[in-house]
Design a protein around this ligand. Structure first.
Ligand code: FAD
Length: 322
């Protein structure tokens, strides 16, 4: 039996859905699962790792881990992998994951595959399916000569069962050796949004140039509020300065795979599709019946967003909130 280490990520003291996916997958594989939980958020949420299948939690409560520092995290994660004796490491293709794990791999001589959408375990063999060229084709990656295999998975690719509170993990507090840091994060300025991060959201509603101006997002936000959705955007409106870049979906923005993606006034350029075509159900609202987005859409509404969105908001209010 191998040991799997899952790099657990937390938000507001709760285990992120993407980490729940990884823990449940690792537990189902029949291997021993160690969750690595770093920082004070992790201290609050570490018990949740047990509910999702971890046998053991390596917890380092140190507030130094509250903001990501590449040097500090590389040292701690590398030490944790070695301490756990893990041969497989699972993490999310989050911004932290993408920055951190190539450094860890270089430090400990591991193999790393990122951006996975499917992982196949056959004994000691690990295969990872990942999209290439903005999802135009898929590659299956395999490890060679790697004693430790690191796989970064995209969020929302695997099912998640509700937390099983009858299961718990042994939590052991860790004091990882700290390197002499050459860089320091002085300040993090948070965005205004308290909403779930785009890549984690179950429902995403994105607006494009069809919303005419920044103020057009008002009707989109109203629908998002009723649906509990996170708002995204096309690059055209980000470039126009209507919304921040953190909301951009696509090749040069975020990759999302929610259960429901609603594209409003978005034409469906290949670079936008690259970031959302993995969504389970896609609804497109566009005044042009020939807009390419309709070729990807599960359901399409041809019409003016300014007429349709307020109607949808009203209807959903009736159905969901009475
Ligand atoms: C290297 C590179 C990287 C890129 N990366 C990204 C990326 O990450 N994400 C991204 O989104 N784009 C990206 N792009 C840009 C992409 O090619 C498109 O230009 C962009 O997605 C278009 O945004 P849009 O759909 O909002 O605007 P448009 O293409 O202008 O489409 C607006 C749509 O709104 C519809 N519309 C107009 N009025 C209404 C109305 N009243 N009601 C309903 N519909 C209406 C129109 O019919 C039209 O289909 C990238 C481009 C390049 C070259």
């Amino acid at each position: 039996m191998s040991k799997v280490l899952v790099f657990a990520e937390f938000q507001n003291g709760n285990l992120k859905r993407s980490s729940q996916e990884l823990l449940q997958f690792a537990a189902k594989s029949g291997n021993q699962v160690v969750a690595l939980a770093l920082g004070s958020q992790a201290a609050q949420g570490s018990a949740q790792a047990g509910h999702h299948g971890a046998n053991e939690v390596f917890l380092a409560k140190d507030v130094a881990f509250d903001s990501y520092n590449p040097e500090l995290f590389t040292a701690a994660v590398s030490e944790a992998i070695q301490k756990a004796g893990a041969t497989l490491v699972l993490a999310s293709t989050s911004s932290t994951g993408k920055d951190l794990f190539p450094r860890v791999a270089a430090k400990i001589g591991a193999g790393v595959v990122s951006d996975g959408t499917e992982i196949i375990l056959l004994g000691e063999d690990v295969k990872v399916k990942k999209p290439l060229y903005s999802g135009k084709c898929f590659a299956t990656a395999q490890f060679e000569n790697a004693a430790v295999k690191i796989v970064l998975m995209r969020a929302n690719q695997m099912p998640v069962a509700p937390a099983d509170t009858s299961k718990s993990a042994a939590v052991t507090e860790q004091n990882f050796a700290k390197p002499n840091l050459k860089t320091l994060i002085k300040e993090i300025v948070k965005g205004a949004s308290e909403k779930l991060d785009l890549t984690e959201a179950n429902i995403v509603i994105s607006g494009g140039r069809g919303l005419k101006e920044a103020g057009g997002f008002k009707i989109l936000n109203e629908l998002a509020e009723v649906l509990g959705a996170t708002v995204g955007a096309s690059r055209a409106v980000v470039d126009a300065g209507w919304v921040g870049h953190s909301m951009q979906v696509g090749q040069t923005g975020k990759t999302v795979a929610p259960s429901l993606y609603i594209a409003v006034g978005i034409s469906g350029a290949i670079q936008h599709l690259a970031g959302m075509s993995g969504s389970k159900v896609i609804v497109a609202i566009n005044s042009d019946a020939n807009a390419p987005i309709f070729q990807k859409a599960t359901y399409g509404i041809v019409g003016d967003a300014f007429e349709i969105l307020p109607k949808l908001t009203e209807e959903f209010k009736k159905v969901l909130h009475h």
